[in-house]
Design a protein around this ligand. Structure first.
Ligand SMILES: C[S@@+](CC[C@H](N)C(=O)[O-])C[C@H]1O[C@@H](n2cnc3c(N)ncnc32)[C@H](O)[C@@H]1O
Length: 212
């Protein structure tokens, strides 16, 4: 399912600030070298993550699913001067690529990259988060949400990506296990009363969640 009219997408990109040089390099490198390059947030969503982070001014950010580092570099732009972004990546190859880009950025000292399974690592982080970005395996979303929720401050935010799952999560009976998992996650989030939530119809759908 085509979620966004390509003309609208093109127009929005044209009338948005361009990606900075390093982000463009992350994107170009990933497109040229990674078979799953479609997973990268990209220009418009990256700009949104940057803008939102600039508005929130988080002291602590957690990202679950680093991939090649694009979204972490966008989110880091809003950090306070003493801010730190923790990002978790399961696959060593992706983590190594991301690290190469982080080391060349001005956030080298403030991005902490953890390599391993977020389901183990989140519990070990002794932090209170202002902003969390969930963007890893779709079948883990409910578990990630429940792991991070106690660590998010009151009025802190959780963003979760791919909430339409290419349009399949909207179907009455989605066939794929990832689409089913996202559909269940959306239902779960919608039924909770301890959060405020809205789905932003950006790219593949982004859940914006505020802890009450
Ligand atoms: C959609 S990509 C992330 C894209 C990235 N946030 C961006 O916008 O550029 C998902 C990533 O999550 C990672 N991942 C999957 N399961 C994970 C887990 N259990 N713990 C940590 N990372 C995981 C994958 O290896 C993959 O690199």
């Amino acid at each position: 399912m085509e979620l966004i009219n390509p003309l609208v997408q093109e127009y929005a990109e044209k009338f948005s600030s361009a990606e900075d040089v390093l982000l463009k390099e992350v994107s170009d490198f990933t497109t040229a070298n990674h078979p799953e390059h479609h997973m990268l947030s990209g220009h418009l969503q990256g700009k949104f993550l940057e803008m939102a982070s600039m508005m929130i001014r988080p002291r602590r950010i957690l990202e679950i699913g680093t991939f090649t580092g694009y979204s972490a570099l966008c989110l880091a732009k809003g950090l306070t001067d003493d801010g730190v972004l923790h990002t978790i990546e399961l696959r060593e190859n992706d983590a190594a690529i991301a690290k190469g880009f982080f080391d060349r950025s001005s956030y080298q000292e403030r991005i902490v990259l953890h390599t391993g399974d977020a389901k183990d690592i989140v519990n070990k982080l002794d932090e209170v988060f202002d902003l969390v970005f969930i963007d890893a395996d779709k079948q883990g979303y409910i578990e990630y949400f429940n792991l991070v929720f106690p660590k998010v401050r009151k009025n802190g935010f959780i963003f979760a990506d791919n909430i339409f799952f290419h349009g399949q999560a909207i179907e009455a009976e989605p066939k794929g296990k990832n689409a089913k998992a996202i559909k269940e996650f959306n239902q779960y989030i919608n039924e909770r009363t301890d959060i405020e939530k809205m789905i932003l119809t950006l790219r593949d759908g982004l859940y914006l969640i505020r802890k009450k």
